[in-house]
Design a protein around this ligand. Structure first.
Ligand SMILES: [Zn+2]
Length: 103
């Protein structure tokens, strides 16, 4: 199963390596990401490096809340996310509840 997961992540890893090179100043032009729909503005180098480390360790794409595997489609749009769709939604609901109370 780990092997299958690695295959899925290979194009993401390729893109992230490009993004890392760009953000660290090794590339002059913004990379054309093949699979990632990643907004380069505001993307932090340390976040990209963290994701690359996780890819090497095989811990990439696991939700920090529920430890479930985050869907590949979600990772393509938000490759640096820490939360699965379900936990992100729960988080947003929590945040909205907090800001409503503060108003
Ligand atoms: Zn989760």
């Amino acid at each position: 199963m780990a092997e299958k997961r690695d295959r899925n992540f290979a194009p993401i890893e390729r893109d992230l390596i490009q993004v890392e090179a760009f953000l660290s100043g090794e590339l002059d032009e913004a990379p054309k990401c093949e699979v990632l729909d990643l907004e380069l503005a505001g993307t932090e180098l340390k976040e990209v490096r963290r994701a690359l480390t996780q890819l090497k360790r095989g811990t990439y794409g696991v939700c920090i809340d529920c430890r479930e595997q985050i869907g590949i489609e979600r990772l393509r749009v938000r490759p640096l996310t820490h939360l699965c769709r379900h936990c992100m939604h729960a988080d947003e609901v929590r945040e909205r509840a907090i800001s409503a109370r503060l108003r």
